[in-house]
Every structure is written in C-alpha cells, then in structure tokens.
Design a protein around this ligand. Structure first.
Ligand code: HEM
Length: 423
C-alpha cells in the first residue's frame, strides 16, 4: 500500500532532517576522534553543569578540591607552571575576558589623583562616595555565585519586572547606573579643570590624553573619548579595593603574629634608626620587611581566583582540548596554599622567603598574585610600591595588637573574609 499524499509530504520533510542529524552526528564523532579530549573534571548535570557542586562563597576551595581529585579544575589553573605555560606563553589565546553581564566595564582601578588629578577631601568626598557605592554594588553583583548564575542563565537579565527572579536585573541596572556615574563625573571634573586652565588637572592621565585628543581630527574624537573614559574608570576601580584589602590582610597578620611585627620593627630600628621614616632607597636594606610583603601577598591572596580570562581560539595543552571561549581561572589560592612549596601554608611565616643567611629567595608571589600574561595587572608596580611603603611606614610608627575591653581584657575574634571578586 502506498502512503497518502500527506504521508509522503511527511516523509519528504523528515528526510532532510534525518540527513542533517546524520551529518551532525558524523561531524560530532569525527570531531571527537580528531580532537583530544577535554580536561578531566566532575560529571556535569544537563543544562546546569557543575554549578551545584561549587561552593558559592569560596569557589577556590571547590576548584582546589577538584584539582586534588581530577588533576585539573574546570579550567581552573592550580599551578604556577601551567599558569605560565598558558596565560603567559600563550597569551595571544588566553587574554580575552569572559562576558560578565553585570560588570561589562568593571575591570580594575587606579588612584583618583593619578588618573584625574582629583584630590579628594579627607572626609565625605562626593566622588569618593560615588566610587565606594559603585564598588560595593559592583562587588555584590560579581560574587562568584551571581557570576556563575548569570553566565548560565543570562535571560535572568531580561525578565519582566513583575516576574519572580527579576531582582537580579534591578540590581544589575543599579550597578550599571553607578558605573555610568563614576565613568562620567570625575571625567567631567577633569574636563572642567582643563577648561579653566587650572594648574591642577594638567598632569593626570585624563588631562594628558584630553590634550592629545585636541590635536586629533573631529571624526575620531568621540571614539577616543569613549576609550579614554573606560581606561580611566578601569584604573580607578582597579587600585581601590586591591590595595586596601592587601593592607587589611597585613594588619590582621600583625595582630595575630606579634613576633613577626617585633622582628620587622627591630630590623627597621637597626637599619634606619628612629629619627626618620623609611624611604624607597631603604627597601633593599630591609629584607625581613620585604619577606613580610611577600608573605602578605601569599597568605591571603586578595583575588583568590584572579580575574577570569577567556580563550580567543581553540587550543590543545598537555593532550587536552580547550575550546575557544572557555573561561580560564588562575586559582591563585591553590598556588599559594601548595603545601609542597609552602609547608604549613596557612601560617603567616615571612621566613619562608629567606634563606639560612637571611637573604631573600627567588620565590616572589608577586609573580602570580598580579596575574600572568598580557592581561596581568598593569598597576602591579604601583600596587607593589604603594603596599610596601604603607607597610614599612606602619611598622615604623605603630604597634598592632588585639583590641581590649574596658577592663583591659583582650577581645578575641575570628577573622572573616567577605567573599566577592576581591575579599
Ligand atoms: C595589591 C594590589 C593589587 C593586586 C593584588 C592586583 C591584582 C590584579 C590581578 C590579579 C589582576 C588580573 C590579572 C589577570 O587577569 O591575569 C589585575 C588586573 C588589573 N589591575 Fe590590579 N592589582 C593591584 C593593584 C592595582 C593598581 C594599584 C592598579 C592601578 C594603578 C591596578 C589596575 C589594574 C587593571 C586596570 C587591571 C585590568 C587589566 C586588564 O583587564 O587588562 N591594579 N590586578
């Protein structure tokens, strides 16, 4: 019996579909056979992958655990050797940034004065307040939990306002509004200084580039201005949390390890005396202070998962296939807590960076805490120098100790870190 006309049409419709499926399957199998397999990892669930297995508050712990179980994380790089091989030596592939819907312009910071030559007032400065709000809201939106959620379900940002779950969209909008303010207001202030031809404002990064822009043809000015605004805000945001968080880690260490503090103060007293403050010229003569800086960077890296990179083309490493667009995180936490390299790693022990003669070793955590490759922190020298000068000045002038109550009894505490991109 012949099929009906409708039935034959159905067959005709199904045939190309079957071909398409067969071709797709053959390509899939050919691809699988021709390409090395993906790096090992936990078995993903359909749609949501491994998201439920990741500790949303401290994801670096999950990645470190996966590293122990599988040898590799879900492209979380847990060794400095592999980080150098990929992020540094293959920087042309591993230097993209993954799309983070709420933080498209959010990358990092520089001081307001260097960028805009804006001298904030000591208290309640309006621009600093805007920046603090921007950072606070931005960090809330870039907690690892929210970042993972939005990467998996970007449609959450498109939900209508009345819909359950749309609060993330409202928060993202607030974050964007803040970003727009911090992008435009200090920039306008620098422009105003320029217009008034004031002495201040001529030596900032923005002022210098505005002067350069004046010499350009009209057509390219708007693009230049947008790029300049973005570079400026990236600089301001980048230096803000990083330096202050590192100094908080240092202060915590000084409270918890008074012997370290005393030894550093003795070094400063013997090399510099008590009549003046240390300067950069003294840096090479203060190896113990230097080892404290290194241990501060290592003990609690303030960006425990670095800032995510993304691959801009396919790659193969050590027999594993890494597709284009893969998010690659350098698990700085795992590197800094490697017990083979840093025995008793959770202990603050600056001596680990000194040899038996008290000379600094070649192991400098600055080689990994500032990231690697062409996206490594452009403010690393400024960051390193400003943290050193703050540390050495504090050691020379103040004593850190536990707070005491009215009866003079030590107030005990348990240190806690706020999870976020920077903690
Ligand atoms: C202790 C201080 C600091 C630490 C630990 C730190 C750490 C980092 C890290 C880990 C990255 C990501 C690198 C990567 O993706 O491989 C980064 C990026 C960045 N940092 Fe820093 N940073 C510090 C201070 C600063 C300062 C003072 C500035 C500005 C003067 C700055 C500006 C930036 C910028 C603009 C980026 C983004 C670079 C890009 O996306 O290409 N940072 N920083």
């Amino acid at each position: 019996m012949y099929p009906s006309v409708d039935g034959r049409l159905d067959i005709l419709a199904v045939l190309p579909l079957s071909f398409a499926v067969i071709i797709a399957l053959r390509r899939f199998i050919a691809n699988r056979e021709s390409k090395p397999c993906l790096p090992p990892g936990p078995v993903p669930l359909p749609l949501i992958g491994n998201v439920l297995s990741i500790d949303a508050k401290e994801p670096w712990l999950t990645y470190t655990k996966w590293h122990a179980a599988y040898g590799q994380g879900v492209i979380s790089i847990n060794s400095q050797h592999i980080a150098e091989a990929l992020l540094d030596k293959r920087s042309d592939i591993y230097s993209d940034r993954p799309y983070l819907a709420t933080a498209e312009q959010f990358s990092s910071s520089v001081g307001m004065s260097t960028i805009y030559d804006y001298e904030p007032s000591a208290r309640n400065d309006p621009l600093v307040r805007i920046m603090e709000n921007t950072v606070a809201v931005g960090l809330q939106m870039t907690t690892p939990g929210k970042a993972i959620l939005l990467q998996l379900f970007p449609f959450l940002l498109k939900l209508p306002d009345w819909c359950w779950g749309s609060s993330i969209k409202r928060d993202a909008q607030i974050s964007t509004d803040h970003m727009n303010k911090i992008r435009d207001l200090p920039f306008q202030s620098a422009q105003q200084h320029m217009a008034e031809n004031s002495f201040l404002g001529q030596f900032s990064m923005v002022a210098e580039n505005l002067q350069r822009m004046e010499k350009q043809d009209e057509a390219s000015k708007p693009t230049f201005e947008v790029a300049l605004k973005r570079a400026a805000v990236a600089g301001v945001m980048g230096s803000y949390e990083t330096t202050s968080s590192t100094l908080m880690v240092f202060a915590l260490a000084m409270v918890l390890y008074p012997d370290v503090q005393r030894r550093a103060q003795a070094e400063i007293d013997s090399v510099i005396g008590r009549d003046r403050l240390p300067t950069f010229e003294d840096r090479a003569s203060l190896p113990y202070v230097e080892s404290i800086l290194r241990e501060t960077f290592r003990w609690h890296p303030i960006l425990p998962l670095g800032v995510p990179h993304a691959t801009s083309s396919d790659d193969t490493y050590d027999g594993f296939f890494i597709p284009k667009g893969t998010t690659v995180m350098c698990n700085t936490w795992a590197i800094s807590r490697d017990e083979k390299r840093y025995p008793d790693a959770s202990r603050f022990m600056p001596e680990r960076f000194l040899d038996v003669n008290g000379v600094l070793t070649n192991d400098d955590p600055a080689r990994y805490v500032f990231g690697l490759g062409r996206r490594a922190c452009p403010g690393r020298h400024a960051g390193d120098a400003s943290v050193w000068s703050a540390i050495v000045t504090m050691l020379a002038t103040v004593d850190f100790s536990f707070a005491k109550d009215d009866q003079g009894k030590v107030i005990d505490f348990t240190p806690q870190f706020n999870p976020g991109l920077v903690w």
